[in-house]
Design a protein around this ligand. Structure first.
Ligand code: ADP
Ligand code: MG
Length: 319
């Protein structure tokens, strides 16, 4: 199979053939570069994320999950900015042209992309150790993108969904066990909180997606906003997926586990009542876990007020 056949096969399996024509993709796959129509009165929001075998996913991860996750982690970045995803580019490094693998990979990616009308507009294909880089492009109404730098004193800190499931599943797999279905789904098939991100425009004063652990990622908001925060980590919703863990194990996973792809955001205190409606609309829990203050540090406590410090504050590739 030639490189060209491989690209065509990927393309056909990820998007319906006629999709690119209706998506603002004036020139798509097949030319030297894509030409995209940006609608009037929209700003372009662009993000890029790489998944490397052995670093971001286990060798045993099946191709379908990988296809889903590679796109999902990029869409999660668009969600945290309040953007609506429109196009993506796929730079794929493959050890071999394994058709069975490729078809499953494309199926996982396509199943996420098609219902969202996100169109594959180009990419690059090379041979080498398995690595997947996606660049995703989204659109947002001018001036409404959510950023990390707007958290203010007294704002409430809110987290969507559930934390710790993905990292618990990973720990279980690494220990030779079988994770619970909910945990495996969180690890391999995270659902980017796109609808929530859109709803937070005009409400959230700052927003980030939690990929490296709550403490690390909330820390990014605090530094960018030059504020501090106090949060009660026992307010985070527990769930069946974490049943059987000690409080200490659960707290560690929920604050530093990573791979959650939930949103952490801040809102003005006097707008807390709006969370209920958004939570229902997005069918996901929204939990107020604490408050922004004028210090320059993040203090985590447990329900009884004891200070909790996670063993490590998230993943860093160079530490
Ligand atoms: P060039 O050599 O001019 O860079 P390529 O042969 O790399 O062109 O790519 C040809 C076309 O196929 C381009 O439109 C490119 O965007 C697209 N393409 C290449 N690899 C991928 C991929 N993995 N996924 C989607 N499109 C791809
Ligand atoms: Mg090329």
């Amino acid at each position: 199979m030639s490189e060209f056949d491989l690209i065509r096969r990927l393309h056909r399996r990820i998007n319906a053939i006629d999709e690119s024509s209706s998506s603002g993709c004036v020139v798509g796959i097949g030319d030297d570069a894509a030409v995209l129509d940006i609608p009037r009165n929209r700003q372009l929001v662009v993000t890029s994320d790489t998944l490397v075998e052995g670093v971001h996913f286990l060798k045993s991860t099946d191709a379908r999950s990988l296809g889903h996750k590679a796109l999902a982690v990029n869409l999660s970045d668009l969600a945290s900015m309040g953007a609506r995803p429109a196009w993506f580019f796929l730079a794929l490094t493959l050890p071999a042209a394994d058709l069975e693998w490729l078809d499953l990979f494309a199926a996982g990616m396509g199943d996420l992309a098609r219902p969202l009308d996100v169109v594959l507009a180009g990419g690059d294909t090379t041979s080498g150790p398995l690595s997947i880089t996606i660049t995703a492009l989204g659109l947002v109404e001018p001036g409404t993108a959510l950023t990390r730098d707007g958290a203010g004193n007294g704002d409430l800190v809110v987290v969507s969904g559930w934390l710790g499931h993905a990292s618990h599943a990973l720990e279980t797999i690494l220990a030779g066990g079988t994770p619970q279905p909910a945990g495996r789904a969180a690890l391999e098939c995270p659902e980017p909180r796109l609808k929530l991100g859109r709803q937070l425009r005009g409400l959230a004063t700052s927003c980030i997606d939690i990929s490296d652990g709550l403490v690390a990622d909330l820390g990014h908001i605090l530094r960018a906003s030059s504020v501090g925060a106090k949060i009660d980590i026992d307010l985070l919703p527990g769930s069946a997926g974490l049943a059987g863990l000690t409080d200490a194990q659960r707290r560690q996973l929920q604050t530093a586990g990573g791979d959650d792809y939930e949103l952490c955001f801040t809102i003005p205190m006097n707008r807390q009542s709006e969370l209920d409606g958004i939570s229902k609309e997005c069918a996901c829990p929204l939990t107020v876990i604490g408050k922004i203050n004028t210090s320059d540090e993040l203090v985590c406590t447990t329900a009884d007020g004891t200070v909790f410090v996670p063993k490590e504050g998230g993943y860093d590739h160079f530490l």
